[in-house]
Design a protein around this ligand. Structure first.
Ligand code: TRP
Length: 326
């Protein structure tokens, strides 16, 4: 028996290069070693996007296409959409009954989002309970590990607290206390040097056309200390160079020297980078196109994933209800 893993992504927009070099690359490797459940968290997306809810469905499919193109394999892993497994909702309710409000109100991610995303009106009951649903997602599969980024650690800590409280209250040990699986992934900043994020619109989407990529790379921020083309550059602190390291490893030493010795200007340098990224994404995008054209296959993946997930989720829920006496 392989250890079980669960992770998820919120379908709030197209996936970008950061998803590929961060989460997806890692997930693809994990599926060789673990019993993996990967979830498209559409209810979690709804919690912040409820004013524009109609787009969530298309992003679910769009994200699934990226998952498949990056090598997630429905023969190896269970790929499913959260809303296809209603058992998550039922466990969410049960956990919400036993979770003290203070735990949720103190959650740093909650406080941060409330103060940063004012226009989204996130002061709702549902959004406060975001980590409760996330805990239900994880423990309904009795997952032992959860591959996530550091930003998700407070949610995992809360999840473990909910597990302990459940066991204490209902006198039955049902769930493992899930651990984060933090993997070293290279940090890829956005095109403007800030954190790569949908709300900053500073990313290259995995579905961007070569021309879109060229346009975006041309607008990238470069070394601010390099004003004239004859000034030596500082590749170590330049975001463009960081992209070279990831997407053109065959070139980055050469680029380093040329930049430092002012043998190449930033404009030309970025043109070359754009071509490297276009090439890098080419095989991915070919696969992407193939999956995008096969709607029947996508539906089948989601249907079979939901069936596999529901089999596990409903059996855990039975156990939970028995322990509670309901
Ligand atoms: N909150 C996660 C994020 O924003 C998405 C998510 C939902 C998730 N449910 C999950 C991640 C369960 C791991 C496990 O990235």
């Amino acid at each position: 028996m392989r250890d079980r893993i669960l992770s998820g992504m919120r379908p709030t927009g197209p996936l970008h290069l950061g998803h590929l070099t961060g989460a997806l690359k890692n997930w693809v490797q994990l599926q060789e070693k673990y019993d993996c459940f990967f979830m498209i968290a559409d209810w979690h997306a709804l919690m912040s996007e409820y004013k524009d809810s109609m787009r969530i469905k298309e992003y679910c499919l769009d994200n699934l296409i990226d998952w498949l193109a990056s090598g997630l394999d429905p023969e190896k892993s269970t790929l499913f959409r959260q809303s296809d497994v209603p058992e998550h909702c039922e466990l969410n309710l049960i956990l919400s009954i036993i979770t003290p409000l203070g735990w949720l109100e103190r959650c740093p991610t909650y406080k941060e989002q409330i103060s940063q995303l004012k226009e989204k009106e996130l002061t709702t009951h549902g959004f406060l309970g975001y980590p409760v649903l996330q805990a239900a997602d994880i423990i309904i599969y009795k997952a032992k590990y959860v591959p996530v980024g550091e930003d998700q650690l407070p949610h995992l800590e809360l999840c473990r607290e909910m597990v302990r409280r459940f066991h204490f209250l209902f006198k039955k040990e049902i769930f493992p206390e899930p651990q984060a699986l933090l993997t070293e992934t290279p940090k890829l900043l956005g095109l403007d040097g800030r954190k790569m994020s949908k709300s900053y619109n500073n990313f290259i989407a995995l579905s961007d056309s070569p021309d879109e990529i060229r346009k975006k790379v041309a607008a990238m921020f470069t070394d601010p200390q390099r004003i004239k083309i004859t000034d030596p550059g500082h590749p170590d602190t330049c975001n463009v160079y960081a992209y070279y390291k990831l997407f053109a490893p065959q070139l980055y030493e050469e680029v380093y020297e040329q930049c430092k010795n002012a043998e190449i200007g930033c404009v030309q340098d970025k043109q070359r980078l754009a071509e490297c990224i276009v090439e890098f994404l080419k095989p991915f995008q070919e696969k992407r196109k193939k999956f995008a054209q096969d709607r029947n296959y996508l539906d089948k993946v989601l249907k079979e994933g939901a069936e596999k997930a529901r089999a596990v989720a409903s059996s855990t829920l039975e156990e939970v209800k028995k322990a509670i006496g309901i």
